[in-house]
Ligand binder design. Structure first.
Ligand code: ADE
Length: 249
C-alpha cells in the first residue's frame, strides 16, 4: 500500500490531522515525533516539519529514508506576495524557489549550485488534485469555519491560486522586503520558510511533492490582528479539510 507523508508546519494542523487518525503510533527519529497510522484507509506518516529550510529538509529526509513515503504533502501558512493573493486564500505550489539562494557570480542568482536550476516543480497530478480539493473546501468556507470566523477575518469569497511559492530563512514582515521579493521573483504568489527545501529533497529522491499554503498575512508592515487565532480557526481547519477531501477522492 502506498504511504503518504504529511508534513505540517503548525502544531494546530498536525493536531487536527492526528485527531482523525484512530490508531497512530509515535516513532521518534532525529528528535522529531513521526506519527504512523491510517487516515481514511490510507497509510499515513504525519510530522511537524519544524521551521526553516534546514529543519524541514532534515524532517523530509527522514520521511523518505526511514519511512519510505511514496508522496509528500506539505501544509502550512504563507505570506501573500502576488496581487490578489489575500489573507484566507489558499496557494497550491506549481513550483518552488529558494529566494535567499545567491551564489552569484559563480552561479545565477537563485540557482541551486550543481542542480542547474532554481525552480523545483511540484508534482503536477498531485497538485491538481489538492487544488481541486481546496476549491471544494473554500466553496463552503462558511460551513468549515462558521460565519463569525469569516466575519472576524473579513474572509469574503476566499480563492485558490496555483503558482510559484518562494522560501527562505526569514519571516518577511516589511513592505520593503516584500517589494524586493516581488521585484526579484515577479511570479511569486507567496513566501514561506520551508517548501523549496523540501521540494529539493523530494527531487533528490524522485518522490512526488506538493505544497498547500493558507495565506495568513501579506508579508508587509501590517502585523496580523490575531495570528494565533487565525492559525487555529482558519489555517488548521482548512488544511485538515483539504487533505481529508483529497483522500476521499
Ligand atoms: N509564513 C507565514 N507568513 C510568512 C511570512 N510573512 N514570511 C515568511 N513565512 C511566512
Amino acid at each position: 500500500m502506498a504511504v503518504i507523508g504529511i508534513m505540517s508546519a503548525l502544531h494546530e494542523e498536525l493536531a487536527a490531522v492526528l485527531a482523525d487518525m484512530p490508531d497512530e503510533q509515535r516513532v521518534v527519529v532525529a528528535g522529531r515525533d513521526f506519527w504512523v497510522g491510517q487516515w481514511q484507509g490510507y497509510a499515513v506518516v504525519a510530522v511537524l516539519s519544524r521551521i526553516g529550510k534546514v529543519a524541514a529538509a532534515t524532517t523530509a529526509t527522514v520521511m523518505l529514508e526511514r519511512f519510505g513515503v511514496d508522496a509528500l504533502v506539505f501544509t502550512g501558512v504563507a505570506g501573500g506576495l502576488g496581487p490578489g493573493v489575500s489573507v484566507g486564500d489558499v496557494v497550491v505550489a506549481s513550483g518552488l524557489v529558494q529566494h535567499d539562494m545567491d551564489a552569484s557570480p559563480l552561479f545565477p542568482r537563485h540557482e541551486v549550485p550543481l542542480y542547474g536550476r532554481a525552480l523545483f516543480e511540484a508534482d503536477a497530478a498531485l497538485s491538481a488534485q489538492l487544488a481541486e480539493a481546496a476549491q471544494q473546501v473554500l466553496q463552503s468556507a462558511e460551513w468549515h469555519l462558521g460565519p463569525d470566523t469569516l466575519a472576524q477575518f473579513q474572509l469574503s469569497s476566499p480563492k485558490v491560486h496555483q503558482g510559484l511559492i518562494v522560501s527562505g530563512d526569514r519571516f518577511v514582515s516589511t513592505n520593503a522586503e516584500s517589494q524586493a521579493l516581488c521585484q526579484a521573483l515577479p511570479d511569486a504568489l507567496a513566501v514561506e520558510m520551508e517548501g523549496a527545501a523540501v521540494a529539493q529533497v523530494c527531487w533528490d529522491y524522485g518522490v512526488p511533492f506538493a505544497a498547500v499554503r493558507t495565506i495568513s498575512d501579506r508579508a508587509d508592515d501590517a502585523a496580523h490582528a490575531d495570528f494565533n487565532r487565525f492559525i487555529r480557526e482558519v489555517a488548521s481547519r482548512y488544511s485538515r479539510a483539504i487533505l481529508s477531501q483529497w483522500l476521499a477522492k
